[in-house]
Design a protein around this ligand. Sequence first.
Ligand code: SAM
Length: 244
Amino acid sequence: MLAKQQAVIEWRDGQPYASAFQDVYFSTDNGLLETDYVFLQGNQLKNRWQSLNANTFTIAETGFGTGLNFLCAAKCWLETAPKEAKLHFVSVEKYPLGLLEITTALRLWPTLSALSEPFLAQYERLLKGTTSIRMFDNRIQLSLLIGDATEAYQSNDIKHTSPVVDAWFLDGFAPAKNPDIWQTALFKHMALLSNANTTFATFTSAGAVRRGLTDAGFAVIKQSGFGKKREMLRGYFAGAKDDS
Ligand SMILES: C[S@@+](CC[C@H](N)C(=O)[O-])C[C@H]1O[C@@H](n2cnc3c(N)ncnc32)[C@H](O)[C@@H]1O
């Protein structure tokens, strides 16, 4: 699908800010450390990848944004996972950043430049309708779906692209500022794409998210949040609830 609505970015102290949502793309304390703490450690990725038995591992994200989460996960994968295994990173973005904006945002992280430069060289193809690109000696596949997260994860296409998700990254601006992305339907479709080894992590601890995930069959754990955030949520799929 082609990008219909591009993100409108303001720069505050050199960091991207979404005026339409009155929210930041990542923690102003340190986006890189936030991604590591919330999403990578929250899903125990390093440990899981060091002892990976499977040939593939799938991460699915809501809200691709600047691609920071993707690049941090890619770096960790290349450093820890077995060489023959493949990471499939699926993300959905309703308001993609333009090439100039994403380039400016990613230049904030020089330690990622070996990964961000090859990614940026292919980014426009994703905006123009290519859904998947392969990078880093074919060890990583990025599928970027342009559109709404709930719609994408409930479509049949996703079941072909990625039948089982191993780890969910739930990112999408604060629930109070962007309730659209944190829908009960999203949590239910996450459950359909999860199995007994599936984990999730998110920066928020909002009650509606906690309840939605719990009702969908996820075991939800609250822990200390990153930076100014008091708490965050992480957990695993405990099995679909029996509605009968
Ligand atoms: C906090 S930012 C994500 C930051 C990102 N994960 C990163 O690594 O930079 C939230 C993202 O969710 C996107 N978004 C907001 N509503 C959405 C929706 N309904 N479906 C898909 N993406 C959405 C925003 O455009 C924004 O890029």
